[in-house]
Design a protein around this ligand. Sequence first.
Ligand SMILES: Cc1ncc(C[n+]2csc(CCOP(=O)(O)OP(=O)(O)O)c2C)c(N)n1
Ligand SMILES: [Mg+2]
Length: 292
Amino acid sequence: MHHAGTRLLAAPVAAIEALAEAISADNCQEGSGVSNCLSRLAGEVGRPQDDRVRAGPGLDNIPSPGAAGAAPTSPASGRGNLEAGTLTQTWPEGEPQVARAVLAKRFAAPAEWGPHTIIEVLNRSVGEGDLVTVDAGAHRILLSQKWVARRPLSLLQSAGFCTMAGALPLAIGAKVADPARRIVAVMGDGGLEMGIGELATLRDLGLPVTLVLFQDQSLALIALKQNSAGLAPHGVALGLTDFAAVATAFGGHGRTVTSAAALEAELAAARDRDRFTLIACRFDADAYDKAF
Ligand SMILES: Cc1ncc(C[n+]2csc(CCOP(=O)(O)OP(=O)(O)O)c2C)c(N)n1
Ligand SMILES: [Mg+2]
């Protein structure tokens, strides 16, 4: 790709656009397609001669949560410094900005409401010092393309096993470790129905976590895989659960929303609540058609 002493890449924009095309054409699979695409993207843009990881104060460039008016950094959130002082400024050609622009265009919201819009609202509403966990499924694949992480280690997920229902215990653990930090769990309806008992843990430990639910009444990722294999949908439809009522029954606050404005308002209201909040975002099961 390159060797010491040469410029990393003469035309990163063209390379990234070509890879964005590849991402579009790829049948994105959890744990394989998308991550491979993005690894290729990183590879094409060019790794530095020494991986650009050197001793130095590079993470000074990342503002601290405290600077943004968020909760003070505790030992747990302080781990976001990735062993502070070991990284330096990278990508002198502006490659990250180009990659972000290409991804933003490729995965732009096709409608006023749906999974794309929910992630855009989250990008606006989640603060720099906050921590997000995300479950397994189509919602996670889309979030992986659209998420704007402001700090290292601020997005937790089961990246290896991709296990459903993991986002809730991840959020519980994060909140126990750092009670002052805002924790937002992003889940699909299939995943939450697998691990719904954890709502009782939120109640019993008095953890005011915010749970944003992608309620499409579908195991959407499996439906997409069946479709791309030329199969008819089988065993992927979910009934309509009233998750707001379930949250109330578990001692939390529950709401169902179907617009960006309502989601934004509920996210803001959840910030100061002393118990958990579940926001069920309902949208149609076909919302991921042509998304990947
Ligand atoms: C424990 C477990 N069982 C099965 C799977 C396979 N799997 C991956 S995503 C998915 C569907 C997830 O549905 P949902 O939580 O509603 O998310 P969506 O895809 O609809 O966004 C399944 C069954 C898994 N990753 N983990
Ligand atoms: Mg679903």
